[in-house]
Structure formats: C-alpha cells, structure tokens
Design a protein around this ligand. Structure first.
Ligand code: SF4
Length: 158
C-alpha cells in the first residue's frame, strides 16, 4: 500500500509543527524545512486546518501551530481522511475494469487497505516525534528553504 504524496507531505508538516513549541513558523518556513514546494505546503496546511489539526494565525506575529487535537491525533485517522475512500487500484478508472461488479480481488484489497489504516490507528502524532525523530525534526531550520521564486505569494505570512 502506498500513500499519496499529499498525505506524506501533510504528515511531514504535522511532525515538524509537533516539535515547534514557541517557534513562529510560516507555511514557507515549513515547506523549506521538509523539502516541498510552497504551493503544495499551502494546500496541505489548508486541509490540515479544516481537519482541526493546524491553526494558522495571520498578520504580525502570526504563524502555524499544531492544535492540541493535532498532537493527540491518530495517524490512521489522518491517513484515512487524506486518502479518501477510493480503491487501491483503478477499478473505476476510465475505462472502468470489466470485473468490478463481482470482483473478489477488489474486496480483498479493500480489506487489506483497512488493515493498513488500522495498524496506524494506535500511532499518535506525538509518538512520531519521540526520540530520536524529534531531535532531528527540531534541527530543521527555516533557512533550509526550497521554494522557488515563482512559488512566492505576497500574502504568505502563514
Ligand atoms: S480486477 Fe478487481 S481489483 Fe482489479 S481493477 Fe478490476 S475490479 Fe478492481
């Protein structure tokens, strides 16, 4: 089972924010720290905010903060929310698979997918940043920026 790049990038953001403590980090800061384009980070932060995991404060002194719910969140729940309910393979692609109405493989893959998420259910965000991961995450600095100039947005304080 492979997670989408969007889910992986979102989890990287969540982990970096989990060790931020009093640091005021912008979306651009975090994008550079976890090696992703600013535009992708902005979409991930918006989704994580909708899920109640990240709080984005605008203006002077603004920045991103992982909420209490974000610290406690189950990685299985986050992955399910971000991945959606789609099939592991392209049963409903265009053209759709002719076997899809009575496919036992599809049922087995759905069961395997749920087992994959269930194995992540007991894992919390805070547990992901325990030693030694937390120390490595905390060393990633805002100066490690990877965004290109065309990805710069004037309103990018958060
Ligand atoms: S064979 Fe089954 S699992 Fe594979 S694409 Fe077709 S319906 Fe989906």
């Amino acid at each position: 089972m492979r997670l989408t790049a969007f889910t992986d990038l979102s989890l990287r953001i969540v982990m970096r924010l989990a060790v931020a403590e009093d640091e005021l980090l912008t979306t651009r800061d975090v994008a550079g720290m976890v090696a992703m384009p600013y535009t992708h980070a902005a979409k991930a932060v918006a989704r994580l905010s909708d899920m109640g995991l990240v709080e984005a404060r605008r203006g002077r002194g603004g920045g991103l903060r992982l909420t209490d719910a974000g610290h406690r969140a189950s990685v299985g729940w986050i992955a399910r929310e971000l991945e959606g309910a789609g099939d592991v393979v392209g049963c409903e692609d265009d053209p759709p698979c002719p076997l899809r109405s009575a496919c036992r493989l599809r049922t087995a893959l759905r069961r395997a997918q749920e087992a994959f998420f269930a194995s992540l259910d007991p894992v919390t965000v805070d547990s992901l940043v325990a030693s030694p991961a937390g120390a490595v995450l905390a060393t990633l600095r805002a100066s490690d920026r990877g965004s290109t100039p065309e990805e710069t947005a004037p309103e990018s304080r958060v």
